[in-house]
Write a protein that binds this ligand. Sequence first.
Ligand SMILES: [Zn+2]
Ligand SMILES: [Zn+2]
Length: 118
Amino acid sequence: MIRHGRCLCGSVAFTARSRTRKAHECHCSQCRRWSGHVWAYVTLPWDALDFSGDADLRWYDHTPKARRGFCGTCGATLFWRQNGSAKVDVSAGAFDMPTGWTLGAPSFGGDKGDYYRL
Ligand SMILES: [Zn+2]
Ligand SMILES: [Zn+2]
């Protein structure tokens, strides 16, 4: 199945070939600060993504082992990838709806913001 995703301004646009049915959410302090709240994502093979247009994709090396991808124009948070990994976590919110995904159990739920009510 082909799904379409993009950042807020559309500078980074991509299609993803995937049969995944699960989305995930991470409440760790890094994802919280990066996303502004909780980061919802799907895990896909990097090779399943095809970028189109003049993608202004930038990477932030936030640890020696992993980097986070974002749009250099609008700043939208898009990717988390371990260095050398064939997989990438992609912001679930970047995709057109309906996604058909269901959310799995939260990761690092103990780190969620104390303003979080669920
Ligand atoms: Zn953008
Ligand atoms: Zn996290």
